[in-house]
Design a protein around this ligand. Structure first.
Ligand code: NAP
Length: 258
């Protein structure tokens, strides 16, 4: 299927690795020029040179997207943005009594206020031009809480509420905003969370992974490639009637009828 977005420009935040990279690669494969971002320059440049091999323009901005300065840098480098994929690292696991105000502020900055700031920056241009796509990478934790990820549960649910209202205010201008909710995917983040299980339960990495896989009806972790393909579809010409939705990619892990 031709996604109909060749020649558009996408800003994909936090995209040197993992799910952000999967989204950038899928968009680049559709002929979308991409602006990539991450803090570490080495992985960022490695990903950029791979995506340039697909024949698209690739711009890199090595900075922390959760800072105002980082956001200003990516927006300056990107210029006119047709597609925005919001992403950043996830908060650390812990217990409800571990976190103080500064932990919540950091989580809110990364996983709620940064995507909101970037949407505020690019939505006016998208609306003026009558076309735009925003995809926010959130988490299955907004549908069903993950107790050890209380910071993520809280911050991402705040973003979800903002998107629910805002998506319905911009849709008449041809701009869609949707959220993609990853369940467990085989990325560095999954390794970090598996390591948490290893440490908490004193079991091997293999057992920790087997334990988490057993909670997924598909009995495997998702891949960044299939996540990216879903993102590219949401950014496509075919997805203009999908507005303000929260789409789970979790192998059936969230046990809910709707
Ligand atoms: P990942 O494999 O650890 O990759 C994270 C990417 O984001 C890297 O490119 C990293 O590069 C970049 N990054 C992290 N913090 C950044 C920052 N402050 N500014 C700019 N770039 C930053 O993570 P992932 O698995 O793709 O996860 C992506 C998001 O989905 C996270 O918020 C995660 O919590 C959420 N999620 C993941 C899963 C899963 O199973 N993988 C499940 C649910 C939710 P640098 O470190 O060089 O900056």
């Amino acid at each position: 299927m031709d996604m109909g977005i060749s020649g558009k420009k996408a800003l994909v935040c936090a995209s040197s690795k993992g799910l952000g990279r999967g989204c950038a690669a899928a968009l680049a494969a559709e002929g979308v020029n991409v602006v990539l971002n991450a803090r570490g320059a080495d992985a960022l440049e490695a990903t950029a040179s791979e995506l340039r091999g697909l024949g698209v323009d690739v711009t890199t901005v090595a900075c922390d997207i959760t800072t105002e300065d980082g956001q200003a840098q990516v927006l300056e480098a990107a210029g006119q943005v047709d597609i925005l994929v919001n992403n950043a690292g996830g908060p650390p696991p812990g217990m409800w009594h571990d976190w103080d105000r500064s932990d919540f502020i950091a989580a809110l900055d990364a996983n709620m206020l940064t995507p909101i700031a970037l949407m505020k920056a690019v939505l006016p241009g998208m609306m003026d031009r009558g076309w735009g796509r925003v995809v926010n990478i959130t988490s299955q934790s907004v549908k069903a809480p993950i107790p050890v990820l209380g910071l993520s549960n809280a911050a991402r649910t705040g973003l979800t509420g903002y998107v629910a209202g805002t998506a319905r205010q911009v849709a008449e201008k041809g701009v869609t905003i949707n959220n993609l909710l990853p369940g467990i995917h085989a990325t560095d983040r999954a390794v970090a969370l598996d390591t948490g299980v290893v440490n908490a339960q004193g079991i091997s990495m293999e057992d920790a992974q087997a334990q988490r896989q057993a909670t997924i009806p598909a009995r495997r972790y998702g891949t960044a490639e299939e996540f990216g393909a879903a993102c590219a579809f949401l950014c496509s010409q075919h997805a203009g009637f999908i507005v303000g939705q929260n789409i789970l990619l979790d192998g059936g892990g969230t046990n809910a009828t709707i």
